[in-house]
Design a protein around this ligand. Structure first.
Ligand SMILES: Cc1cc2nc3c(=O)[nH]c(=O)nc-3n(C[C@H](O)[C@H](O)[C@H](O)COP(=O)(O)O)c2cc1C
Length: 303
C-alpha cells in the first residue's frame, strides 16, 4: 500500500481543514497525519505587539524549537506539506520544520506537494519553501495555493479582525469573511483527486499542469507587483530591528515597522499600483505573463 505523510501547522484550523479535505481523496493509501507543534506557543488570537514582533525572525527565516514528531515510517511515497506565509515568508513553524534534520531525512528523494493557505501573498514564501525542499533533496511535484479572493486592502482589514479577535467572522457584519472561502476549502478536494491519481500511476510529471488547469494557483498582477518589491523592504526592516534590539530598542522599531506597513499598504501601494497599471503594465505584458507562469509552476529559478 502507498504511504502518504501529511504535515502542517495551523492556528485557526483553516489549514487543517484544507489538508484534511485534500488527504481524504487518497484511496488505498496509508496516511500518516502529523502536526507541527512549536515549543514556543503563538497566541491565537494575537495581540498587535506580538503579531508584529514576529516579523524579523520570520523574514530572516530563523528556526524555532519544535516537539519531535514520531513518524510511522522512515520513507513515504508522497509528502503533503501544508503551510501558511507570515510576512511574505514561510511561517516560523513551517521554516523550522523544513530545517529540522529528521524531517529533512524523510524529505530526501521523496515527492512533495505543498498546500498553501494564505491571505493572498505567498509568492516569496513559496520561493523559500522550494529552496529548502530542494536543499533537503526532496522533489516538489505540485503546489496548490489557496488565498482570500477579496480585494487586497479589504483582505488586510478582515484578516486583522480574524487574527486579533480569533474569529473567522464578518467584521461589523458588513465585510466579507476573512481568509480562504468555505467554497475554496471544500474545492481543494478536486486537487486531492488529482494527487491520488498521480500517486497510483506514479506519474507526477503532469500534476502541476492539471492543478493549474483547475485554477489551483492564481497569480494576481497587482500582487505580483507588490511582492516583487516588498520582500526586499521587509528584509531591510528585519535586519534593522535585530540590530536595534541589541541596544534594547526592539519595541520602538517593531512599532515603527507597524506604522510603516500600514502607510505602505494603504497609502503608497494604491498610488504606485495606479501608476503601474496606467504607465507601465501596458508595455510589460509579456514579461508579466512570463513571471506569472513561473510562479504557477514548481521549478526553482537558478540564482
Ligand atoms: C503573523 C502573520 C503574518 C501573516 N502574513 C501573511 C503574508 O505575508 N501573506 C499572506 O498571504 N498571508 C499572511 N498571513 C495569513 C496566513 O498565511 C494564514 O492564512 C492565516 O494565518 C491562517 O492560517 P492558520 O491555518 O494558521 O490559521 C499572516 C498571518 C500571520 C498570523
Amino acid at each position: 500500500m502507498k504511504k502518504v505523510l501529511t504535515i502542517h501547522f495551523s492556528q485557526s484550523g483553516q489549514l487543517t481543514e484544507i489538508v484534511d479535505n485534500f488527504a481524504a481523496q487518497f484511496q488505498d493509501a496509508e496516511i500518516d497525519k502529523q502536526v507541527v507543534v512549536p515549543m514556543e506557543s503563538f497566541p491565537f488570537p494575537w495581540t498587535t505587539p506580538v503579531f508584529f514582533d514576529k516579523m524579523p525572525e520570520t523574514v530572516l527565516e530563523k528556526t524555532i524549537g519544535l516537539e519531535e514528531n514520531t513518524y510511522r515510517h522512515d520513507r513515504y511515497d508522497l509528502i503533503i506539506f501544508g503551510y501558511q506565509p507570515w510576512f511574505l515568508s514561510p511561517s516560523l513553524p513551517a521554516t523550522a520544520l523544513l530545517k529540522n534534520e529528521k524531517f529533512r531525512t524523510i524529505l530526501k528523494d521523496t515527492p512533495v506537494i505543498t498546500l498553501i493557505g494564505s491571505r493572498n501573498m505567498w509568492l516569496n514564501s513559496q520561493e523559500s519553501v522550494k529552496k529548502l525542499i530542494t536543499e533537503a533533496g526532496g522533489k516538489l511535484v505540485g503546489n496548490v495555493a489557496l488565498s482570500d479572493r477579496s480585494n487586497n486592502l479589504v483582505g488586510v482589514i478582515t484578516i486583522l479582525h480574524w487574527m486579533l479577535k480569533g474569529e473567522k467572522t464578518k467584521k461589523w457584519g458588513i465585510f466579507p469573511k476573512p481568509g480562504v472561502s468555505d467554497e475554496d476549502i471544500e474545492g481543494v478536494k478536486k486537487y486531492g483527486v488529482l494527487a491520488n491519481d498521480a500517486l497510483h500511476t506514479n506519474e507526477f510529471g503532469h500534476l502541476q499542469q492539471k492543478i493549474i488547469a483547475k485554477d489551483g494557483v492564481r497569480v494576481d498582477t497587482n500582487i505580483l507587483f507588490i511582492e516583487g518589491r516588498a520582500k526586499r523592504l521587509f528584509l531591510i526592516w528585519a535586519n534593522l530591528i535585530v540590530k536595534k534590539a541589541e541596544k534594547g530598542n526592539r519595541n520602538f522599531w517593531v512599532n515603527a515597522f507597524k506604522y510603516y506597513l500600514i502607510f505602505a499598504l494603504f497609502i503608497v501601494s494604491p498610488i504606485l499600483l495606479l501608476i503601474y497599471n496606467i504607465l507601465i503594465l501596458p508595455f510589460t505584458q509579456k514579461s508579466v505573463r512570463k513571471q506569472k507562469d513561473y510562479f504557477q509552476q514548481i521549478r526553482l529559478k537558478k540564482d
